[in-house]
Design a protein around this ligand. Structure first.
Ligand code: FAD
Length: 450
């Protein structure tokens, strides 16, 4: 551990992951010298809806990929609810299992204010972009750009925690003759409002969570027909009338898309839901993890401590493919805070022990073949991390919730949100809500009316 007086921590991003770092330090009652740089004007990361696409209010690349009328795609009880601040506590009553984005943002901000005795905002420098991080002479030199003061400067830190998110740099495949296509072409990063596709025939490319959700959204808001193109295998889900699966997209012409089985579809618009890449352009190349997304990014001890540069003082939180989300970030953050303060019971390990541990997890990851396998993998990983950091092991009880959720999706993908779950911490069963395909108001007020 660094001499305590020399610890100065830089957190990059005030989304859920970055806020968990501030929150966990505050919870330990021992906040070191710390600055969190946030390029947007507020906290909450992608949970802040913006109408903007392309450039944000500071003329920087727009961060958020959130769209209007997004309701969580997994029950809040599985991956969002925190052991030390429940939804019931926040809203003063139990709320349904699949809230709209506005309710998630409200809940997160509630935890960072109501459940925390320290004013966490004092540590955040908003409208400030981290432009470059390099490691030299055993310190990180961080170049920042304050967009309000129009000032660029450098700061020196002992530790850096990368929490800048992984859903903002689109993975955009090239498709033969796409240039000929005369309709609308976009990536899900720029998808904001399904109303735009009313009466249209829409092709969704990519059949993972965002592709599924945007396909349903388009149908719900009046698209005439939706084609969902898969690459490796069909989803096998029970799609409602109006959504039809097609194999891999191979080319376009002016009006149509052509698929690997020789079929074609006449379409008005195509939305690429082809995922995102890990992108950390502001990190010196020797400090970056690979661009390919992964359930366990290589080189990260305990899925967070970067071993390939930065002398064991650089961390990533939230860079993995996500099933567990908020609780995962929080669990990792508690480990990181204790590691920085030298308060972990079982550290330090030798370099070789840490590398072997990473190999153990990346080897295990190779056998993941289903969503359930991801749930099991992440649960086992969190079990180890929480054993080490003392984080609440209650979060590990999420597996049965994930199992039910997987089954509900398979039974009825358009209405799996009708199922409600019991909070692992209060034991209360969430109340039922209007069927998802029939709710057209995603406001917090409407959500709390049920
Ligand atoms: C469309 C969509 C739907 C989702 N739905 C769900 C869901 O239903 N349930 C669920 O649990 N999860 C969901 N997620 C997953 C989501 O990633 C997590 O919930 C969570 O927001 C990730 O938190 P984060 O802090 O890692 O990243 P983010 O929320 O992306 O926050 C990162 C922050 O870093 C800032 N930043 C980036 N670069 C810089 C820089 N250079 N300098 C300074 N600041 C910077 C950004 O402005 C941002 O505020 C969804 C994601 C997307 C994209």
């Amino acid at each position: 551990m660094e001499n305590e007086n020399k610890v100065r921590v830089c957190v990059i991003g005030a989304g859920p992951a970055g806020m968990s770092v501030l929150y966990q330090f505050a919870k330990l009652g021992k906040i070191p010298s710390i600055v969190c740089y946030e390029k947007q004007s507020t906290w909450g990361g992608i949970w802040n809806y913006t109408w903007r696409t392309g450039l944000d209010e500071n003329n920087e690349p727009c961060h958020s990929s959130l769209y209007k009328d997004l309701w969580t795609n997994a029950p809040k009880e599985a991956n969002i609810e925190f052991p030390d601040y429940t939804f019931e506590q926040h809203f003063g009553k139990p709320v349904p299992s699949y809230p709209p984005a506005a309710a998630i943002g409200d809940y997160l901000k509630g935890r960072w204010t109501n459940a925390c005795f320290t004013d966490l905002k004092q540590f955040i420098q908003f409208n400030t972009i981290v432009r470059f991080v390099k490691f030299e002479n055993n310190h990180f030199v961080v170049t920042i750009d304050d967009r309000k003061k129009n000032m660029t400067s450098q700061e020196v830190f002992s530790h850096v925690v990368v929490c800048s998110g992984v859903f903002n740099y689109p993975n955009q495949p090239e498709v033969r003759d796409i240039i000929k296509f005369e309709g609308r072409v976009m990536h899900s990063h720029n998808f904001r409002n399904a109303n735009e596709f009313q009466g249209q025939r829409v092709l969704i490319v990519g059949s993972h969570f965002s592709g599924e959700d945007i396909a349903l959204h388009c149908l719900k808001f009046g698209a005439k027909h939706v084609y969902l193109s898969w690459r490796t295998k069909p989803t096998g889900l029970n799609w409602p009338n109006g959504i039809e699966e097609r194999p891999e997209l191979v080319r376009f012409d002016e009006k149509s898309a052509y698929f690997k089985d020789g079929s074609l579809a006449n379409i008005d618009a195509v939305i690429f839901c082809t995922g995102f890449r890990n992108h950390f352009p502001y990190l010196d190349t020797n400090l970056r993890i690979a661009e390919d997304t992964s359930t366990y990014p290589d080189g990260l001890y305990k899925a967070t401590l970067f071993l390939n540069g930065g002398n064991n003082k650089l961390f990533y939180i939230g860079a993995q493919e996500q099933l567990y989300t908020m609780t995962y970030f929080d669990c990792l953050a508690s480990w990181v805070c204790k590691y920085i303060l030298g308060k972990l019971a079982d550290e330090p390990k030798t370099e070789q022990q840490m590398k072997n541990d990473v190999i153990r997890w990346t080897t295990r990851m190779a056998s993941i073949a289903s969503i359930k396998d991801v749930a099991d993998f992440q649960t086992a990983l969190l079990a180890e991390i929480s054993s080490s950091s003392g984080y609440d092991k209650g979060i590990l009880n999420a597996v049965p919730i994930f199992v039910d959720w997987i089954r509900h999706r398979e039974e009825d993908i358009s209405n799996f949100r009708r199922h409600q779950f019991r909070s692992m911490y209060t034991g209360t069963l969430a109340p039922t809500q209007t069927p998802y395909m029939k709710i057209f108001d995603d406001s917090l007020e409407n959500f709390l009316k049920f």
